[in-house]
Design a protein around this ligand. Structure first.
Ligand code: HEM
Ligand code: HEM
Length: 169
């Protein structure tokens, strides 16, 4: 399908949310808790909790806005299985982003209940780490799929990505 035929595109706000979240997520990972003992520092602990709550609030706004007002740029004539795969990866990323925050907040709650060095906190940390690793995996598939669409020149890449845009030829 040519780029002209693909009329769908994302609003400026949708792009701001998508790329704002990429920055927020990279920041969240970069400043990650390296060691459970760091949570003893009250200022650090508070910052971690506030960051997680703000992240969750913005994620809810993004999810509602995207589901209510935007739709995928994937061309109508794309095979059904491919459309379903895209939906699975997009929804999967939302679920795992939320699960990262919830499991992180749960660690915070257990920690503040003075249940440090217990099996329950170790299991929760394990879950937090598994969720994050699954999320990395989905993001990898997502970026590979975006590159595939760029090579296919079907307009999906340019509907969201502000660089290396397709030329209308
Ligand atoms: C933290 C990393 C990322 C996450 C969590 C993420 C998540 C998402 C989600 C959930 C959507 C569906 C629309 C929405 O609800 O916002 C989407 C769309 C899209 N993303 Fe990403 N994204 C990430 C990084 C990237 C990168 C690095 C690229 C390209 C280099 C990219 C390219 C696209 C494209 C082209 C679409 C439109 C797909 C369509 O219309 O079906 N994303 N992204
Ligand atoms: C948006 C929110 C969050 C993000 C993006 C995030 C990110 C991460 C990442 C990338 C890791 C390393 C995972 C790995 O090594 O496989 C991690 C580990 C961890 N996170 Fe989070 N996290 C978030 C919220 C929280 C919160 C709110 C807490 C608790 C107050 C927390 C506590 C921990 C702990 C204890 C570890 C394990 C550290 C260790 O290896 O001992 N996280 N987090």
């Amino acid at each position: 399908m040519s780029l002209e035929k693909n009329k769908s595109h994302y609003s400026k706000f949708a792009k701001l949310l998508h790329w704002g979240f990429v920055i927020l997520f990279v920041y969240g990972v970069a400043k990650q808790v390296d060691n459970i003992n760091q949570l003893e520092d009250i200022a650090f602990f508070r910052f971690e909790i506030y960051f997680a709550l703000i992240f969750l609030f913005l994620l809810s706004i993004r999810f509602i806005y995207m589901k209510k007002t935007q739709r995928s740029s994937i061309p109508d004539d794309t095979p059904r299985v491919q459309k379903m795969a895209a939906k699975f990866v997009h929804n999967g990323m939302y679920i795992l982003l939320a699960a990262t925050v919830f499991s992180g907040l749960l660690i915070g709650l257990i920690f503040s209940l003075n249940l440090k060095n217990t099996l329950v906190i170790n299991i929760t940390i394990r879950i937090h780490e598994i969720v994050i690793n699954l999320l990395y995996f989905l993001i990898l598939i997502h970026v590979i799929a975006a590159i595939y669409h760029r090579l296919k020149k079907d307009g999906v890449w340019s509907s969201m990505v502000p660089f290396l845009r397709e030329k209308k030829d």
